[in-house]
Design a protein around this ligand. Structure first.
Ligand code: ADP
Length: 627
């Protein structure tokens, strides 16, 4: 017998589960049944595709039994699925296989660790058995192998592995129930939990139990009715694929329960979309939008949550081709009648049926999102709070659906509360306004306070505040919305729209002032120009039309990209500002240099950008204030 230690993260996870999920302990049965169902899916798939297992015939099933007498009560969940080899057992049940789960655990604060909903979200799986068991034994034999193995643990730091026996492939998990778990060694409890959580598992779940009855006609010598014990095996789930039933047959609760037991999410979905397509290609889709963005959505190894079934046979759930990557938060089922059962992943990518289903599914999803946006703004806001960012990814990856996506994404605004759409911006546009204005490259609060907004505010022009870090990347690919150009107000060209009579005059008059400042700042700026859009601030920095914004340059630098050529800012000055007037009047060379330098640095600061040399800035400021 080998004794092995759990990886530290397993011990940590076990601690978490036992302490945080305590009030949800009944979910252990759902987790174990769903593991069995996965193992049945896998074996079924392999018997269709794997040469070695093609001869393996089996009737997939899950069996539950229990003992309710004696010192320790037990509960056993068995399946005739794929099973696990010696190495599978120690790899799967001694470590946490998913690196996403590891990262998630590491990222939790102490406070979050107490939030059972959060923890429920990532599916604690097999280890949840230790909430109700003092010892867990797993006897498993892998399909295609002769030897069975027994894994056993009390959940306290280590487990043992030894040779064992099993008639055929599959896995049996026996829980030696602890005090909290005793109640589950009971026929009614088990039936109720299976109905609640696992009714739509595609395979039959059988419960075996002893039924005791008393025969009044046959009395023993003390006059008591004779006791009769009958052993019964009964199917306790409906085992129908829920998505194949018609909408009118299904209740909201059934949809939600199906989601929870098939998705590892303990919360209700935000909404769901059930479609049956008939005609050229026949398929059924049932899509769910989670109420919270999956915690690992931005990790490279994120697994999308849509399962592909062909004629009710499960094929795969980790195919990134089922839906485009920007819709990776969608969960649910695609079930096709027209794909071959032994469709391989490589073929799937080029398969015409699959690509038709995919195209139609994306259209359906985006259309449904739009419908919700039109009919249920409150729900849509909840949706946007979670999924605005992935939708924006779609803007640069899914050109075919660009117009639909443009109407779905939301931005913050200089004049409106909450999120605004481009469509509503367009409606609010003033008669003389020719462009949709936006500002990027910073936190919402910094952007909203930017001096660049002054002139737009004054004119009553709304400015979109693009504070998502993805906005900077995405907005360039938008270009126009319904033929209206989008213009960044921190780029020089947006200014043209604001030009007023008299600006030319102003520029002429300030010619020598501009020259003076340019000389003082030297190569710190690309140019100095007279601003036509400032009223309360002395100056702002902008960049040329095709240059990256100063904030963008800072982001690139912080990402370690130092090899790009630094683009110097253009300083726009407000000739009516008292500080600028002082510069105009200044004669002392040192004073002039200090003033100009502070003028530039404070303009950068107002955009949330650190001056090049903060120490020098502070010194100059101090010197000026002391004069
Ligand atoms: P998850 O199901 O999220 O992967 P679990 O901790 O529940 O995580 O299970 C870990 C792994 O152990 C599974 O991915 C699977 O490979 C294996 N496993 C668990 N239960 C069974 C079972 N009944 N039959 C075969 N393999 C199983």
């Amino acid at each position: 017998m080998e004794q092995k230690k759990f990886k530290t993260e397993v011990s940590e996870l076990l601690q978490l589960i036992i302490h945080s999920l305590y009030s949800h302990k009944e979910i252990f049965l759902r987790e174990l049944v769903s593991n069995s169902s996965d193992a049945l899916d896998k074996l079924k798939y392999l018997t269709l595709t794997d040469e070695k297992l093609k001869g393996h015939s089996f009737e997939p099933r899950i069996d539950i039994s229990f003992t309710e007498e004696g010192e320790t009560r037990t509960l056993t969940i068995s399946d005739n699925g794929l099973g696990m080899s010696h190495d599978d057992l120690s790899d799967n049940l001694g470590t946490i296989a998913s690196s996403g789960t590891k990262k998630f655990l590491a990222s939790l604060t102490e406070e979050q660790k107490k939030d059972s909903n959060l923890i429920g979200q990532f599916g604690v799986g097999f280890y949840s058995a230790f909430m109700v068991a003092q010892k867990v034994e797993v006897v498993s034999r892998k399909a295609g192998e002769e030897q069975a193995w027994k894994w056993s643990s009390t959940g306290k730091g280590s487990y043992t592995l030894e040779e064992s026996e099993r008639d055929s492939a599959g896995t049996s998990i026996t829980l030696y129930l602890n005090e909290e778990g005793n109640e589950y060694a009971n026929r009614w409890q088990i039936e109720q939990l299976v109905k609640k959580y696992s009714d739509h598992i595609a395979y039959p779940i059988f419960l075996s139990y002893d039924q005791t009855s008393y025969d009044d006609k046959k009395k023993d010598k003390d006059g008591k009715a004779e006791k009769k014990v009958e052993h019964k095996v009964e199917q306790i789930n409906s085992s129908s694929a829920l998505w194949r039933r018609s909408k009118s047959e299904l209740t909201d609760d059934q949809y939600k329960e199906f989601y929870k037991q098939s998705s590892y999410d303990s919360e209700d979905p935000l909404f769901y979309i059930h479609t049956r397509a008939e005609g050229a290609t026949e398929y059924i889709t049932l899509f769910y939008i989670p109420s919270k963005a999956p915690f690992d959505m931005y990790y490279a190894d994120y697994k999308p949550g849509v399962k592909l079934y062909v004629k009710r046979v499960y094929i795969t759930d980790d195919d990134k081709e089922l839906l485009p990557s920007y819709l990776r938060f969608v969960r649910g089922v695609i079930d096709s009648e027209d794909l071959p059962l032994n469709v391989s992943r490589e073929i799937l990518q080029q398969n015409r049926v699959m690509s038709a289903i995919r195209t139609a599914s994306v259209k359906k999803l985006l259309g449904e999102f739009q419908k919700i946006s039109d009919q249920n703004p409150e729900l849509y806001t909840k949706f946007i709070e979670q999924f605005n960012r992935p939708l924006k990814e779609g803007l640069y990856s899914d050109y075919a659906n660009r117009d639909a996506l443009l109407d779905l994404v939301r931005f913050k605004s200089s004049s409106e509360e909450g999120y605004v759409s481009l469509a509503s911006y367009k409606e609010r546009m003033r008669g003389e306004q020719k462009s949709i204005y936006y500002i990027t490259g910073g936190k919402e609060a910094t952007l909203k306070a930017s001096p660049l907004l002054e002139a737009y505010r004054k004119k009553g022009f709304e400015v979109l505040v693009m504070s998502d870090d993805i906005d900077d990347i995405v907005v360039g690919s938008i270009g126009t919305y319904k033929e209206i150009p989008l213009k960044a107000i921190n780029k020089s060209s947006a200014v043209d729209d604001l030009k007023e009579e008299g600006d030319k005059e102003k520029t002429k008059e300030a010619k020598s002032l501009v020259k003076k400042i340019k000389k003082a700042l030297g190569d710190k700026v690309k140019d100095v120009v007279v601003s036509s859009r400032l009223s309360d601030s002395p100056a702002v920095v902008v960049v040329d039309e095709n240059d990256p914004s100063v904030q963008m340059q800072q982001i690139l630098k912080s990402m370690g990209q130092s090899d790009f050529e630094e683009v110097k800012p253009i300083l726009e000055i407000n000739v009516d500002d008292p500080m600028v007037k002082k510069i105009e009047a200044a004669e002392d060379k040192e004073y002039l240099e200090e003033m100009c330098s502070v003028l530039l640095d404070q303009a950068l600061l107002a955009e949330g950008v650190m001056p090049k040399d903060p120490v020098a800035f502070a010194k100059k400021l101090h010197s000026l204030l002391s004069k």
